[in-house]
Design a protein around this ligand. Structure first.
Ligand SMILES: [Zn+2]
Length: 227
């Protein structure tokens, strides 16, 4: 009887460690009155929402990953509220989706942005504040490394989709990736100002391919976190 209880406990612990779940907050850029970049009838806000919904669908049968959309419909949402939502859902990963625009109509490809490196703040009057600032910088550096891993994963899996070519991984000044306290990435899916690319980005099958690339990268991130 005792042996049985110990066995049950071990089994329970094993099951619990296997059921580790990842909460991913997916943020379709813009929405509502803010259409984002526009070319003719093609709107950035529509593309980002469609890809986000398809990404959520990719995980519909995966109980180990919870996908939260900051906006599941064409509604307006401030950048501050996007961060607040992420904090309330206690996300492990934050991915913001956007579509690029350029005055150079030939510009094309997908870019992957992570936040800025922490800057060492000048010594403050209080030693406690200084220690606090160092700890914050260490946290931020770890988050940046994790974001960099995710960006590399997505850069690699992006090549499978062949919708837009992966162009670069950069550090960017964007609010949502710099204010978050978790690994965060902003993906520019391609250029709306490049007509052939914009026409590819609005195709439903291509949006599914992009969602599948993102799905694969998130699963890679999750398995790395489990190890
Ligand atoms: Zn945008």
């Amino acid at each position: 009887m005792w042996k049985l209880s110990v066995l049950s406990l071990i089994l329970l612990l094993c099951t619990q460690s296997r059921s580790y779940s990842l909460t991913v907050v997916v943020d379709p850029g813009h929405g509502g009155g803010d259409k984002g970049a526009v070319q003719g009838t093609i709107k950035e806000a529509d593309i980002t929402l469609n890809v986000a919904l398809k990404l959520a669908a990719e995980f519909s049968n995966d109980p180990s990953v919870k996908i939260i959309l900051t906006r599941p419909a064409n509604t307006a949402l401030s950048l501050k509220k996007r961060i607040a939502l992420n904090e309330s859902y206690k996300g492990d990963l934050f991915i913001s989706l956007h579509v690029n625009a350029s005055i150079d109509k030939r510009a094309k490809g997908a870019d992957f942005y992570i936040g800025h490196s922490p800057s060492i703040e000048p010594p403050t009057v209080s030693q406690n504040n200084r220690v606090d600032s160092i700890v914050k910088n260490v946290d931020r550096t770890i988050r940046l490394y994790q974001s960099q891993f995710l960006a590399s994963d997505i850069f690699d899996t992006w090549k499978d989709s062949l919708v837009t070519l992966p162009r670069s991984i950069k550090q960017g000044p964007f609010y949502v990736i710099n204010r978050n306290k978790i690994p965060s990435l902003l993906v520019e899916l391609g250029f709306i100002t490049n007509t052939p690319e914009a026409l590819e980005l609005i195709k439903e099958e291509n949006q599914t391919l992009i969602a599948k690339s993102l799905h694969k990268a998130i699963k890679n991130f999750q398995s790395r976190k489990l190890n």
